[in-house]
Design a protein. Structure first.
Length: 131
């Protein structure tokens, strides 16, 4: 075993909508329990309502303004900005929105799903609950 230095993978669009740049994953280094990378949500955009089945998510906001809706009906609303951390428990419905119409929202994400997209469950029935 040895430490590995990685360069960000080619950016891709996740099932839930935003752009991702992957770092640590099962694919890149054989990680068994962790995905760690970057997410960017364009100005005025938001993710689709979704959850990550059986996987926790931790987010650190680098820049921009994020509004997170969560809970069974997405009724809980919290705001986060640069330097704030966001924790999303496993199997928790959520949607993240960029509150700015001019600046991108950029954050670093760690998830206990080393395949990142494998545990995404889209919840289109909840999308209309968020303005």
């Amino acid at each position: 075993m040895k430490a590995t230095v990685l360069r960000e993978s080619a950016e891709y669009v996740g099932a839930q909508g935003p752009r991702y740049g992957g770092g640590v994953s099962a694919e890149s280094v054989g990680s068994a329990h962790l995905w760690f990378g970057r997410v960017t949500i364009a100005p005025g955009e938001r993710t689709k309502a979704h959850l990550h089945e059986r996987h926790e998510t931790a987010i650190y906001v680098l820049s921009g303004s994020c509004v997170v809706y969560s809970g069974p009906d997405l009724a809980m609303r919290e705001e986060a900005g640069p330097g704030d951390y966001i924790y999303i428990p496993a199997s928790t419905s959520h949607l993240a929105a960029n509150a700015s119409q001019t600046d991108p929202l950029t954050a670093i994400i760690a998830r206990t799903d080393p395949n990142e997209q494998e545990s995404v469950v889209l919840q289109s029935e909840l999308d209309r609950r968020v303005p």
